[in-house]
Design a protein around this ligand. Structure first.
Ligand SMILES: Cc1ncc(COP(=O)(O)O)c(C=O)c1O
Length: 379
């Protein structure tokens, strides 16, 4: 049973108010819905928030951001990109969309981050890039990835879909690193309805992304930002309809103003779960530092084969839960001939608990009690 009435505690949700509604109305009243001044303003505000001089290029989804990043590197058929098996299938599909192969790697049991030793073993002459995923907004582990990339001459595309607003040391995610891709889909740390962004210090890659998001039409971004469009133009490479619209950007701009509040509530909830479950027999928490992140999800491990039973119990109690994520290398389309033991074990143990700014402390107590009740009864 999957209760979904008023008292259901949702796993995740968009949190929108009058600010977003008014922002959308502002765009509708202008009579121009495509990519224009709102996208330009959102990109500037994102760069200011991240604290970077690098250009930020907004696109229509996080998947498009990853796809353009891979394509911009000239990666295609015959090339390989190393990807952790535990991630949203978007990471794999973004690589596959270029014709390249996403090579599934194992993950670390303490953080679900890419296992760099396993990744190193999978490097071949065809390997071009590594795509680490900042799983559950945790970036500890990325330094090891850059170390491997430097040693093997590989590019790095950070899948930072979970990590908007997070810090890597003293720097915001996006202000450093090779190519960083964000998602602003409906349930992320901020949303623009759907949406994403690419940030890189590599001027050639940035230029490619800017153009390829608009069907490859040369110099179209600047024209559209000033309310014009290109009629006579050249196209030098593959392009897509991957750009963001002004409606999306207007929602994103309103959301960005709320990020301090969103971050504080998400951190409070994640810290609360960690305190409640730290010593509970049968559960294992991940080693995450919530002080530097805005936690997008709260995953944990349920040991001793009790994960599926706990999920059923929570659903029957009106509490939604999730699985971030089943291993991608077990999916038919991405099946490997080799095993990835940690990813497979985590695929049987992971559960995610409700985490979004509208989960109240009372809701959270209901979740904690339901988890504890189930585990006591199945000791
Ligand atoms: C780890 C990860 N990568 C990529 C994506 C893709 O982002 P989007 O849904 O905006 O296409 C997501 C979104 O759910 C994600 O969680």
């Amino acid at each position: 049973m999957n209760n979904n009435n008023a008292s259901t505690i949702r796993l995740s949700r968009s949190v929108l108010g009058d600010e977003e509604k008014n922002a959308v109305m502002r765009v509708l009243d202008k009579g121009f819905l495509g990519m224009g001044s709102e996208v330009q303003a959102f990109e500037q505000e994102l760069a200011t928030f991240i604290g970077t001089d690098r250009p930020v290029h907004c696109v229509n989804t996080g998947t498009s951001a990853l796809h353009l990043a891979v394509e911009a590197l000239g990666i295609g058929p015959g090339d390989e990109v190393l990807v952790p098996s535990i991630t949203y299938v978007a990471s794999f599909q973004a690589v596959a969309a270029t014709g390249a192969t996403a090579v599934a790697c194992d993950v670390r049991s303490d953080s679900v981050y890419l296992d760099v030793e396993d990744a190193a073993r999978r490097v071949t002459p065809r390997t071009r890039a590594i795509m680490p995923v900042h799983y559950a907004s945790n970036v500890a582990g990325v330094e090891d990835v850059y170390h491997l990339a430097r040693a093997k001459g590989l590019r790095v595309i950070e899948d930072a879909a979970h990590a908007f607003g997070c810090r890597r040391g003293n720097e915001m995610v996006g202000s450093t690193g090779d190519i960083v891709c964000f998602s602003f889909d409906g349930i992320k740390n901020i949303t623009s309805g759907e949406g994403g962004a690419v940030v890189t210090g590599d001027a050639d890659i940035a230029q490619y992304v800017a153009t390829a998001r608009l069907l490859g039409v040369e110099n179209d971004t600047q024209k559209r930002f000033s309310g014009e469009r290109s009629w006579v133009f050249d196209v030098l490479h593959q392009g897509h309809r991957h750009h963001m619209s002004d409606i999306m950007a207007a929602i994103g701009r309103a959301q960005l103003k709320k990020i301090e509040h969103f971050g504080a509530t998400r951190r409070e909830l994640a810290t609360g779960y960690a305190a409640a479950f730290g010593q509970v027999e049968g559960l294992t928490l991940f080693d995450f530092d919530y002080s530097s992140s805005i936690p997008h999800i709260f995953p944990l491990r349920v040991r001793n084969g009790k994960r599926d039973g706990l999920m059923d119990h929570l659903r029957a109690s009106g509490i939604q839960c999730g699985l971030h994520y089943g291993p991608n290398h077990l999916l038919s389309y991405f099946k490997t001939e080799y095993a990835l033991p940690t990813a497979e074990k985590l695929g049987r143990e992971l559960i995610s608990l409700p985490l979004h700014p509208m989960v109240s402390l009372d809701d959270q107590q209901r979740v904690v009690t339901a988890v504890q009740d189930y585990l006591h009864r199945h000791d």
